[in-house]
Write a protein that binds this ligand. Structure first.
Ligand SMILES: [Zn+2]
Length: 302
């Protein structure tokens, strides 16, 4: 059994170590951070690192974290109707993409970082985007892409040499940004590959959403997969500090099936059982503001 070393994290806005107040203690003790805990195909739900808030800028982060890439996304969705959820996500993100027209979006080329099986790239093509590209670390997800989309996906992580400068009109990050250990580095790379006036669209959790304030530590946001926990203010700040012109932030309405929502909300056992017996009701789609925010930021311009 290998012990996993934990490392301190820095505020991604102030670049300070320490200088933060603990909000929630870790749900695992230091001795629990062993490879056997993380090697299980299904790790226990709702575990998180120690969560702190920066004294200066208010950015919330995990600190310390495991210093290795053991936390690859696990396919906890496998028991859901994945097809239905990806079509709901394509709908949600598709609405956000269509909304970029008010910021002068060009329908030239689009890059999605963390594109999974490429369902959103298909949606972007459907909306008239001429070229799409994706980056996705999970080999399993890329293998599940449709044959017309798969060649457009690079299997790996976003790296500086991957794309030419000024290559894209739009770069999208859907539920990716709060997983990224070096968000400033990623934003600089997004800026580099965007054409002048190109747009960045990010959708991720909002740690100050009503749902997250109510659920507090029980919120699905407070999870070991997340290094940083943003709100509209810290999103604006980190994008501006990285050289972007911030155009808009706000909360996003997600379309979910009732079944997925109930899983997400982590209801107590008896309620899950009632929900599970709901039959066709579980397939009902609801559009709700469930704790996600969006950021639109532009390269250059005034
Ligand atoms: Zn800070």
């Amino acid at each position: 059994m290998t012990r996993i070393e934990l490392r301190r994290t820095r505020c991604a806005i102030c670049d300070t170590e320490g200088n933060a107040r603990e909000i929630y203690p870790a749900t695992l003790s230091e001795n629990d951070f062993t490879s056997s805990v993380f090697s299980a195909r299904r790790r226990p739900d709702r575990i998180h690192y120690r969560i702190v808030r920066c004294n200066d800028c208010g950015l919330i982060r995990s600190d310390p974290v495991a210093d290795c890439d053991l936390l690859n996304r696990l396919d906890t969705e496998s028991h859901f109707d994945y097809e239905q959820e990806t079509s709901n996500l394509a709908h949600t993100y598709g609405r956000a993409l269509a909304g970029l027209s008010r910021f002068g979006m060009r329908h030239g080329s689009l890059l999605e970082i963390g594109c999974g099986n490429g369902f959103f790239l298909r949606e972007a093509l459907r909306q008239g985007m001429r070229e799409v590209a994706g980056v996705e670390p999970s080999r399993e997800a890329v293998a599940a892409a449709r044959s017309d989309i798969r060649p457009r996906i690079h299997c790996g992580v976003m790296k500086p040499e991957l794309f030419e400068p000024d290559a894209f009109d739009v770069v999208c990050l859907f539920q990716v940004f709060d997983h990224v250990p070096d968000p400033r580095g990623l934003l600089r790379e997004c800026l580099r590959v965007l054409r002048p006036d190109g747009l960045l669209l990010a959708v991720n959790h909002n740690v100050r959403a009503v749902s997250s304030r109510l659920l507090r530590e029980r919120s699905p946001i407070i999870d070991i997969e997340h290094t940083y926990f943003y709100d509209p203010w810290t999103m604006r700040r980190i994008a501006a500090d990285s050289g972007f012109r911030v155009r808009a932030t706000g909360s996003i309405w997600n379309t979910y099936s009732l079944e997925y929502l109930l899983k997400l909300l982590h209801l107590p056992g008896p309620l899950q059982a009632v929900a599970a017996s709901g039959g066709p009701l579980r397939r009902l789609n609801l559009t709700v503001p469930l704790g996600n925010l969006y950021l639109v930021a532009q390269k250059g311009g005034s």
